[in-house]
Design a protein around this ligand. Structure first.
Ligand code: ATP
Ligand code: BTN
Length: 239
């Protein structure tokens, strides 16, 4: 059987410190091959969605993959979430996807994904994974690291290696069989069937999360009315 060539991790750029690997990746996207990875020991301006900040001290895995898919597609974030889930499973940690962009373990966030893209140019898949890094005091209630869960330090390089392998596999599925990608997302999304609150600007909409649709949006039942919530528009609470 013909072996398919790996895309993700063809080139790895390692930095000690950067503002945000996503910003760095955007700046070099036009001059590097698809699959180039930017990884930094620490970020001084790591970011989540809507400009929120992402704590990125040394010890964690802070990285961005430069991709050039045929079109910018919000479902790319799920490639990250599934690959992080498989990587954690390799280390004995079982996780759930909190739609649209977080990976949770037992009610706490262990990883966040930030996918950004510019039509016709690039897509950036940014992944933050708490590995051996300390979690800032103010986030302790809602965030956790692999080290805390397993009780000892993890080999960061091995975690990166596993993650790149899984990313490569899921990226291929994303390109060739997005329906299969979404089926797996549905399977791992733990909020389905549960009451959730969607926060959209100043509005709070409460209902039951019913399904993740093939386009990546969340289908909710709000007092008997069905409503589709698009990725990127909202934050979600399930408590
Ligand atoms: P939330 O994570 O609050 O459900 P969200 O996923 O929509 O919401 P984002 O803007 O995507 O939020 O992520 C940024 C949030 O992640 C910050 O507001 C902070 O609460 C949290 N956070 C920041 N750094 C970390 C970290 N290293 N580990 C876990 N959570 C973090
Ligand atoms: C989220 O808030 O859930 C998304 C967080 C994404 C954090 C990662 S860390 C590597 C990359 N660089 C950034 O500035 N953000 C992403």
């Amino acid at each position: 059987m013909e072996k398919t060539k790996r895309v993700i991790g063809v080139k790895i750029i390692r930095l000690d410190e950067v503002d945000s690997t996503n910003e760095y990746a955007k700046a070099i996207a036009h001059e590097v091959p698809e699959g180039t990875v930017v990884v930094a020991k620490r970020q001084v301006a790591g970011k989540g969605r809507k400009g929120r900040s992402w704590a990125s001290p040394e010890g964690g895995l802070w990285m961005s993959v430069i991709l050039k898919p045929p079109r910018v597609d919000p479902r790319l974030a799920f490639v990250g979430a599934l690959a992080v889930g498989d990587t954690l499973a390799d280390f004995g940690i079982s996780v759930g996807i909190k739609w649209p962009n977080d990976v949770w373990v037992g009610g706490r966030k262990i990883s966040g994904i930030l996918a950004e893209g510019k039509a016709g140019e690039y897509s950036i898949l940014g992944i933050g994974l708490n590995v051996n890094n300390p979690i800032p005091e103010e986030l302790r209630e809602n965030a956790v690291s692999m080290m805390e869960l397993l009780g000892s330090k993890l080999p960061l390089e091995e975690v990166l290696k596993r993650l790149l392998l899984h990313l490569d596999g899921w990226y291929r599925v994303f390109l060739e069989r997005p329906d299969l990608l979404m089926a797996k997302v549905r399977e791992r999304t733990f909020i389905l069937g549960r009451p959730v609150t969607v926060i959209e600007g100043d509005e709070r909409i409460s209902g039951i999360a019913l399904d993740v649709l093939d386009d990546g949006s969340l289908l909710m039942d709000i007092d008997g009315q069905l409503r589709r919530i698009l990725y990127g528009d909202v934050s979600l609470r399930f408590f």
